[in-house]
Design a protein around this ligand. Structure first.
Ligand code: SIN
Length: 293
């Protein structure tokens, strides 16, 4: 199926039943005009993950494109992993940096929404593939609106009233990083509770906001919380609720962190380079800092 927007020559190809759409007909090396931004936002809101394929971009071009969709994070909550000239870009790479193994080679290995462990969880992320391994290195996305809507009304009522405590320590691979940097990143990001259902500020849609980085629900013990966290994560990540992106170099994949969670798969030979750059659009202030339960 193909649809053409009236105001621009944007062409849309849905990629998955639950979520995901490719956008063609736009040169993303140039900042989009307002009509294009509006058309992209409308598609994005409907499909949650949008894909621009195979356009080689400079770091500055990624930033220029991304900043049309909101204020970009300077990634100060994880300062060690930023691009040296563009703090608006996070380097997610297994290439060595300054002769040392990259600290971000294992980024995103469990289901999550970006920067959920901060007081300003990301609204959106835009991930550019500069270099991919010959096979694998895929990323999977789950539609959290659909995950919420397919719960029973009784379970919706339960999660509507919960706050999920996000703990950066549950970020997969954190313990394999430099212990001093990890300690600092933990101090910068103490455990924080966010509503377990996130309401999209534009569409008003309700999305489940629980991931594998949740330690417990506020006011409940960890053992009380665990079965519910496990159920909600497995409910959300059923195969029919997923889009799996197989990267090509030059792809820019953009997701809405308010309605999607994602995972970076270790389904590749880690001796082969995978080099990605991510711009992160800041979301609203949310949540409250909690002590350990
Ligand atoms: C991320 O979690 O933002 C990184 C995803 C990826 O590298 O595929």
């Amino acid at each position: 199926m193909q649809k053409t927007s009236k105001d621009t020559r944007i062409i849309l190809d849905p990629l998955g039943y639950a979520l995901g759409a490719e956008i063609r007909g736009l040169d993303i090396s140039l900042p989009p005009n307002q009509k294009e931004v509006d058309a992209i936002n409308a598609i994005w809101q409907q499909h949650h993950v949008i894909v621009f394929r195979g356009k080689r971009l400079q770091a500055s071009e990624i930033v220029n494109f991304a900043q049309e969709f909101g204020q970009l994070d300077d990634h100060s909550s994880t300062p060690f992993y930023r691009h040296k000239d563009f703090p608006q870009l996070l380097q997610i790479t297994n290439r060595s940096i300054d002769g040392r193994p990259s600290e971000t080679r294992n980024t995103g290995r469990n289901w999550h929404s970006d920067y959920s462990y901060t007081g300003r969880p990301a609204a959106a992320s835009m991930l550019y593939c500069d270099q991919r391994p010959p096979i694998g290195g895929d990323t999977m996305f789950a539609n959290m609106v659909r995950a919420y809507e397919t719960l029973s009304t009784t379970m919706q009522g339960i999660v509507d009233n919960l706050h999920a405590v996000y703990d950066i320590s549950l970020t997969a691979g954190l313990n394999e990083r430099d212990p001093d940097k990890t300690k600092e990143v933990r101090l910068l990001n103490p455990p924080i509770a966010h509503p377990a259902v996130r309401v999209h500020p534009r569409s008003g849609k309700r999305a489940l906001y629980v991931s594998e980085r949740v330690s417990h629900f506020h006011g409940m013990t960890r053992s009380e919380s665990r079965p519910l966290i496990d159920f909600l994560c497995s409910h959300a990540t059923q195969p029919e609720n997923i889009y799996r992106h197989v990267w090509q170099e030059g792809d820019l994949v953009c997701w809405d962190n308010r309605t999607v969670m994602h995972i970076a798969l270790a389904d590749f030979d880690e001796g082969k380079p995978r080099h990605m750059l991510r711009a992160t659009v800041l979301g609203e202030q949310s949540g409250f800092i909690v002590g350990e339960h």
